[in-house]
Unconditional design. Structure first.
Length: 341
């Protein structure tokens, strides 16, 4: 067993498989947190999505709280909270409360997109109107989570104040990279679904990074990279099981999104060549295969993007195959006590 070059983390959107229901998906997520906690993964993050029947991850703070009750050491967080949907004060109160309850295990990843369609964003009430205040919202959130400035009354996050919940910037373009660099925050790039700008965004982040602004959380750039992963005993089985994720991506292209579908023996006949081309491009940052294959592909990705950490997302129709994938990868990558921080 070899020591991993970088830590591995998990991103969960709480997918709902066809023939099951939301309650089942939520329970399965808890079981996966328990497993990830024992296997040595560094973080387990939930991503905020709305009005998508495929996922049950709209209320990230609730999911994190439940996960914390069923785990001991793994860091838990949002990947992320879509800040245009929320007031910074409320986010500080929610995540500050989590930090007060569970200690220094909570991360707060922030995104600038609404995580949904425009109509739903409007229904969330902050939607489009707050997008251009994103940087100020992050600054305000950082202040709410910091110590009291001692300047008398005013708006304070209680709970929240003084918890210093670590902030992360999420991004899928140059904009997020620039904000992360300017504010001095660790950066998580969503190459698992937006791979096109990955090299340019990470280079911009590193070259522009500054720790001089008051929000700076770190002294030097730290980049986490998203990647689609599925591990099975053989390459053939892994690629077969991965067709569930490919069908999910096809639904994004066609606008016909639904619960996860069973794997397909002949994917081309299910989604067609034009959609297949989109899916291949959409999911090009992936590592699918046997443990040996996936380790080699992840090592190549780390070298290519100079990633400090990888965050993986895995979709399978049968949750047992997802759990097996996490277990096989942890063993092959050499996860253990060296990456529990």
């Amino acid at each position: 067993m070899t020591t991993p070059r970088v830590p591995l983390s998990i991103l969960d959107l709480v997918p709902v498989a066809s023939g099951t229901d939301t309650a089942t998906a939520l329970d399965q997520s808890v079981e996966l947190v328990r497993l990830a906690d024992t296997l040595g993964y560094r973080r387990y993050w939930y991503a905020e999505h709305h009005n998508v029947v495929t996922f049950a991850s709209s209320a990230t703070s609730l999911l994190i709280g439940r996960a914390a009750e069923h785990s001991e050491r793994i860091r838990l967080g949002s990947g992320g909270v879509m800040l245009p949907n929320h007031s910074p004060l409320m986010v500080a109160e929610y995540y500050g409360t989590l930090a007060e309850m569970y200690g220094d295990r909570i991360d707060l990843g922030l995104g600038r997109a609404p995580g949904t369609d425009p109509m739903t964003a409007a229904a969330l009430r902050r939607g489009g109107a707050a997008t251009d205040t994103f940087v100020q919202d992050v600054v305000d959130l950082h202040r709410y989570l910091g110590p009291s400035d001692g300047e008398g009354p005013g708006v304070r996050a209680v709970p929240g104040e003084g918890t210093r919940v670590p902030l992360w910037m999420l991004g899928s373009s140059l904009d997020g990279a620039a904000v992360a660099a300017y504010l001095g925050l660790p950066y998580a790039f969503a190459s698992h679904f937006a791979p096109q700008m990955r090299h340019e965004a990470l280079e911009l982040y590193r070259s522009s990074f500054s720790s001089e602004f008051g929000t700076a959380e770190i002294k030097r750039p730290y980049a986490m990279v998203g990647v689609n992963v599925l591990v099975a005993p053989t390459d053939e089985e892994a690629h077969y099981l991965f067709t569930t994720a490919q069908q999910m991506a096809a639904g994004i292209y066609t606008g016909r999104r639904g619960p996860l579908r069973p794997p397909a023996r002949d994917l081309a006949t299910v989604i067609g060549p034009e959609v297949a081309r989109f899916v291949d491009e959409f999911q090009q940052v992936r590592a699918v295969g046997s443990p040996e294959t996936v380790v080699a592909e992840l090592e190549a990705l780390v070298a290519d993007l100079r990633a400090d950490e990888l965050i993986i997302t895995t979709y399978t129709y049968d949750p047992a195959h997802r759990a097996r994938s996490f277990s096989l990868l942890a063993e092959a990558w050499g996860l253990g006590a060296s990456h529990t921080g």
